[in-house]
Design a binder for this molecule. Structure first.
Ligand SMILES: C[S@@+](CC[C@H](N)C(=O)[O-])C[C@H]1O[C@@H](n2cnc3c(N)ncnc32)[C@H](O)[C@@H]1O
Length: 282
């Protein structure tokens, strides 16, 4: 089911004028649908939710996203609309299993291909640090799709770390992935300096501030940093070039040599993009 299809399905239940003005999108995470629509459609929320439930037997709960992703833990406010009253579910993608509680942790099914892309770049025997690991999605993909020796998987949200520990066990990766609770800067500073072949920074809001910490985490010979950021970009601007200029000027000031590759991961709003840079630091 996609936004356009729900609109098709709503044809029988809403009048043409309402239907024309409605803009909605939704994600399916495990057996929960998280729907986004503006406040003016609140009175139609039961119709929208029931349409989703009736047309997809795998979905058991419909929640409305009532705030943007916000705060240090990158969570969002959710309101129950229909079905079973819960925010916990188990999501499966590419043979990986993730238990999540959507009211307490960040999770996006829209990053699944990006997780696979990064995991496939990891070479045998690498040591990896995931600075902002959430419930462990990137780390578990790396555990499943590479022969990395160790993945240190850091998050500051205690609930995310609890679920990450459960997910590491569920996916049978206890011997190679290590969940660590704390601020990535403290954890790297206290015990992970100079150990990594590869560092992941999947927190676009903070990655720029933590770049120096990522450099400290790399082995003295260098390695890879996967750097995520957001860029505003009008029609003839290039969001990847914008982020690339910003990052390379900072790294130049720090006296670091890099080669880089970048791309748009996804569009997150009008003229607003999530970008990744794969930085090779030597
Ligand atoms: C956008 S989420 C990404 C989660 C995960 N990588 C994923 O793709 O599902 C960013 C995560 O960084 C965590 N976080 C925020 N500030 C942090 C910090 N200073 N140190 C470590 N983790 C932090 C948040 O709790 C959140 O789980």
């Amino acid at each position: 089911l996609r936004g356009a299809t729900i609109k098709e399905l709503l044809k029988n239940r809403l009048n043409a004028e309402d239907l024309g003005g409605i803009s909605l999108s939704y994600d399916v995470i495990g057996d929960i649908a998280v729907v986004k629509f503006s406040d003016k459609w609140l009175e139609k929320e039961t119709i929208i939710a029931n349409t989703i439930l009736e047309n997809n037997r795998h979905i058991k709960t419909v929640l409305r996203q009532a705030s943007p992703v916000e705060g240090a833990y990158r969570t969002r406010k959710l309101e129950w609309i229909a079905g079973e009253q819960r925010t916990e579910t188990v999501h499966r993608e590419y043979n990986c299993t993730f238990k999540v509680d959507l009211s307490k942790v960040y999770f996006s099914p829209r990053l699944s291909f990006e997780r696979l892309r990064v995991a496939r770049l990891v070479k045998p025997k690498e040591v990896v640090i995931n600075m902002f690991a959430g419930v462990g999605c990137f780390s578990i993909f790396i555990g499943k799709y590479s022969e990395a020796t160790r993945v240190y998987s850091i998050d500051i949200n205690p609930e995310a770390v609890r679920l990450m520990e459960e997910n590491i066990r569920l996916n049978g990766l206890d011997d190679r992935i290590f969940a660590i609770r704390g601020d990535a800067r403290d954890i790297v500073g206290k015990g992970l300096k100079g150990v990594a072949d590869r560092v992941l920074m999947p927190l676009p809001e903070k990655a720029f501030d933590y770049l120096e910490d990522a450099l400290h985490a790399l082995k003295p010979k260098g390695g890879w940093i996967h750097y995520y950021d957001f860029a505003h970009s009008r029609k003839y601007e290039n969001p990847v070039a914008k982020i690339s200029n910003k990052v390379s000027s900072k790294l130049r000031k720090l006296g670091t040599n890099i080669t880089e590759n970048g791309k748009i991961v996804r569009s997150v709003g009008p003229n607003w993009y999530q970008v990744v840079l794969d930085l090779m630091v030597s």
